[in-house]
Design a protein around this ligand. Sequence first.
Ligand SMILES: [Zn+2]
Length: 359
Amino acid sequence: MSSTARLTWLRIRLAFVGISVTLGVVACGSVAVQPMPTATSDGPLVEQLTGEVSDARAMKHLQALQKIADEHGGNRAAGTPGFDASVEYVVGVLRDAGFKASTPTFDASGDDDEDPSVPQRNVIAQTRTGDADHVVMIGAHLDSVEDGPGIVDNGSGVASLLEIATQLGADPSVQNTVRFAFFGDEENGAVGSNGYLEGLSANDRKKIKLYLNVDMVASPNGGYFVQGGKPGSWWRRLRWGSDPETVGPAGSATIGRVLADQLSKTGVTTPEMIEFVGDDESPFIEARIPVGGAESGDEEEKTTQQAKAWGGQAGKPYDPCYHEACDRVDNVNRDLLNHYLRALAGALAHFATSTAELR
Ligand SMILES: [Zn+2]
């Protein structure tokens, strides 16, 4: 390349570097200070439901699940009497709230043809009102690991759904049908949620307009994490990529935004958007159903910045009892549970009223 050409080329390159640095700075600038966009105003159902749900009643469900684990060898793991008793408990609460609860089975025998077929149960209940071709779904896994009673993981999710279902009732005035799911065998790899979607016809899968996953919402040293899409700028898109497994199908960002907005409205400082990690939302992502998720953190350590924003201890796990025998009722962070309960009620009511934003 000639010297003048090289000189010209050098100028072009410098100019280009100049542009990208500027863009980078602008982008970095925008990433750091970009506030969470606020969602549309809340309708009457959001106000009503967020006002009615109570963490005190949710705690009663956690105490009941603890008692079940204590009476069944210390756990509520898939395929155990502790899990079956948990199913009966959830069905009982839903029926008392006026729902027709069903317990569709799924095969939990895994891939090896040698394994005998092991039918296990999910629990499903939905409102009698709302458009049944337009279903808004929320779910939490009901099983624990074998090493402990699973009160934060995931009794806290189950208790939140039971309290929301009880306050909503089976005949609310809603535009869209609301469906509650309590999945089995999540701890062995989202087996129950996979079995649930596989058990539906393609047409029935299409009727599910969104799925909100709730897995651990009361970690003792927890945080406010929301899953769903990608907030903000091209810079983040560049950084995170757009793999549906981690960001969710189109529409997931709207679910994440609405849930984060509802958390902020309960007084939480800037919920953090995180990627999906392969919980019960995975089969819904595979089915191209928009998804969102709420979780308060497990064995990873809280950062200094997070401790400043949300309280708690930096450098310590969000839940030191994660998957341990000590994951009992006294491991529950009531304050976190209270914020998440109201935010989940708000987000569910928001989409039970309208899913227009998802389109
Ligand atoms: Zn879990």
